[in-house]
Design a protein around this ligand. Sequence first.
Ligand SMILES: O=c1ccn([C@@H]2O[C@H](COP(=O)(O)OP(=O)(O)O[C@H]3O[C@H](CO)[C@@H](O)[C@H](O)[C@H]3O)[C@@H](O)[C@H]2O)c(=O)[nH]1
Ligand SMILES: O=P(O)(O)OC[C@H]1O[C@](O)(CO)[C@@H](O)[C@@H]1O
Length: 964
Amino acid sequence: MVGNDNWINSYLDAILDAGKSAVGGDRPSLLLRERGHFSPARYFVEEVITGYDETDLYKTWLRANAMRSPQERNTRLENMTWRIWNLARKKKELEKEEACRLLKRHPETEKTRIDATADMSEDLFEGEKGEDAGDPSVAYGDSTTGVSPKTSSVDKLYIVLISLHGLVRGENMELGRDSDTGGQVKYVVEFAKALSSSPGVYRVDLLTRQILAPNFDRSYGEPAEMLVSTTFKNSKQEKGENSGGYIIRIPFGPRDMYLTKERLWPFIQEFVDGALSHIVRMSKTIGEEIGCGHPVWPAVIHGHYASAGIAATLLSGALNLPMAFTGHFLGKDKLEGLLKQGRQSREEINMTYKIMRRIEAEELSLDASEIVIASTRQEIEEQWNLYDGFEVILARKLRARVKRGANCYGRYMPRMVIIPPGVEFGHIIHDFDIDGEEENHGPASEDPPIWSQIMRFFTNPRKPMILAVARPYPEKNITTLVKAFGECRPLRELANLTLIMGNREAISKMHNTSASVLTSVLTLIDEYDLYGQVAYPKHHKHSEVPDIYRLATRTKGAFVNVAYFEQFGVTLIEAAMNGLPVIATKNGAPVEIHQVLNNGLLVDPHDQNAIADALYKLLSEKQLWSRCRENGLKNIHQFSWPEHCKNHLSRILTLGMRSPAVGSEEERSKAPISGRKHIIVISVDSVNKENLVRIIRNAIEAAHTENTPASTGFVLSTSLTISEICSLLVSVGMHPAGFDAFICNSGSSIYYPSYSGNTPSNSKVTHVIDRNHQSHIEYRWGGEGLRKYLVKWATSVVERKGRIERQMIFEDSEHSSTYCLAFKVVNPNHLPPLKELRKLMRIQSLRCNALYNHSATRLSVTPIHASRSQAIRYLFVRWGIELPNIVVMVGESGDSDYEELLGGLHRTIILKGDFNIAANRIHTVRRYPLQDVVALDSSNIIEVQGCTTEDIKSALRQIGVPTQ
Ligand SMILES: O=c1ccn([C@@H]2O[C@H](COP(=O)(O)OP(=O)(O)O[C@H]3O[C@H](CO)[C@@H](O)[C@H](O)[C@H]3O)[C@@H](O)[C@H]2O)c(=O)[nH]1
Ligand SMILES: O=P(O)(O)OC[C@H]1O[C@](O)(CO)[C@@H](O)[C@@H]1O
């Protein structure tokens, strides 16, 4: 057999290279560790003897004999082949004798053992089928109900997943192409595929960024891509045109640029607006197909990674829908890891990784999520536990109180659930029997092309292959692996090393981080002179990755992942699925994966010798190797996407019923706001009252046109109460009825004018609150519990003069409302920075939005989903006003929610000039620069000097709003 010839010849070569001792002793030995001494050469001898047919070996000897020549190597080869063939014959005879003996003595025992193994694996598989969905040991936090309905009772769910960074596509993923295209991309795509095939699910949209940059495949620019499930097929009955799984690419940020995840932050609001339109449209479309004309809203909006966490928070708020979150890799852990490495200061780390922005996004996700999906218990207890907004013990206590129906005093915790990711079992190739031999490896089967691409690097290509598959990213610690290999002579004699580190053309053209990892690796290979022993192919396809694992298994190799820290480690389950034992980092999830799979050894990733020793042990102890391989294969079913989805869906179904309250068509037809083409939202709060009035007058005058008087409407958006703003307008002779709506109390209430008579002219105008909006924002509102806590806290904010303490903050009931707790600030100089107050609220698990306004003379506390920028999105959801047709006018600074008003698809006009009151410490809400929040150079933001009618007109003209 041609295939076997190659393998045998390669082993023979390896034996010659490793030394003569293996077959040159006094007597032929089959023992790998004779007298306690392991020899790589003997290892190869045993491989040949146990792995190949005695007739193959005979043929090899004949060939060696025929090629006889005076060269020493050939003579050695011939002698060795002969000896090995004889050893193989002897072994075969011994095996036959042993088999006969066993058959006579224990026929029953053998059968029972095989059956028991089969039974046990079946038990495990069954036990995993969602039965632990209600297991409190895997959940922390509150739950809306104690029951977890079966997924079979679910029908026609629409689910939205969001993952913003990296190159996302359904087929031939370019994993490892850059540091953002890795395990998370694979996770979300496979999850979306499996979820869309799950019973009860109608449609899954995986929302990501549309990338139209040069040098990137056009597939990343396609607005929609249908996903084909490889996991399992759902019945196609009852499915409509828009059912299934889709990747939906939303444009945001600079059109022709690919942005790394650190650079996406300022554009997230833009994504949210684009996604909002898609979701509203799709919910209606699905409603037409299966909802009798009523929109079918997403059952959950699920953000993946911090950036998508913010996006999901804003979308779930704007639509009043439940949110789920998966962190993938948490910022706090990343920060600590980087600090430990000691290469960069905290500031440098923040500059490079925007880590504080990321941590705040994760905190916000905790505030808004109903459930957080973790891959392991460690993620919850050691990672999430570091966040202000989550604490294991408090979570347990609150959960217990919820279960008993006791008062939680306005405190809420997201429910933490452990659901590890799965592997696509479609890729499993059962072509190895238990000894690692390929069954069906007949003459017709060709070696996969990637094998030769790898083997061409090696002098002895069939030596056990140590395989690493990782993005070229410093945290993956590939250089320590190369050092461990390079400095351990016995390991180098025994094994080869294959490094799959993404795809590349020229290292010089790669991103700095990846380029420097690759350069270090190549330098080390050169330093240790590892040529012929290390493979580092330039290219591989996603579809070839399983073949690479199989090659490593075929050589009886090992998979190695010595990342400094691994959040989960998809590669570890991929290796197990392909029968490859593993050496894995003991930092992070691999510990728990190991508890389930028990298919290898854990090591300290900082300890180079420990890595080398573990690899040597695993490769040289054949029984250990086989046991690990078997264990991995036996237990891998515990990582299955269908199971993941089933578990996931059972959680989703326990979430409270929430949906957008959009009112009836009739209501919409009556409201003047819904008929407007443009809306101007005046949100200027960095000016005194006189200037505010002046700006309002000028804006109305600038936008007033005789031809189309009703095409532009006005909304006033403020931290004032409705009576405060109306009194102000009336006091200067303006009619509040001239406005379509008032966004008051910092976005926690919206009012519309209401006429008591038949026509506006003969009737009295009152302002009615939008109750639908109230239901959008009431989520997690702490109510009386929150108020009591704040009142108590206010007493602790004091100014000290000698022994005298003077309280600085007082409850302001007059300006409070159902969803806005107002406090007067006596002296803003004694206020704690807002970020401290927010931290405090989170530590107390009081989920709210605290902001300073009126130049920090007032503190308002509103629900997490109430803000002036979210109120603008609500205008779109409720009244259908397209966001790009909304113009928001702001000053040069403003209340603490000011910055949120700048980003997004709406247009912003910033009025500049000395009528603005200088910004003060209210801006200390951030721990990161403004550039991480908003793209100030966006074409949606226009700055004008001055606030006269002409100034405003010129700005409106620039953005296409009709003026006189
Ligand atoms: O050159 C490469 C490098 C990687 N991969 C694949 O990319 C994925 C890598 O996944 P993983 O080992 O999990 O690493 P990361 O890319 O770092 O993924 C992040 O996100 C994953 C999903 O949450 C977590 O499992 C990880 O811990 C976290 O670091 C695997 O499918 C690999 O097969 C390739 O195909 N080619
Ligand atoms: O290295 P970071 O910034 O912690 O990010 C890790 C993230 O990047 C990726 O590794 C690449 O996709 C994600 O899988 C993961 O969520």
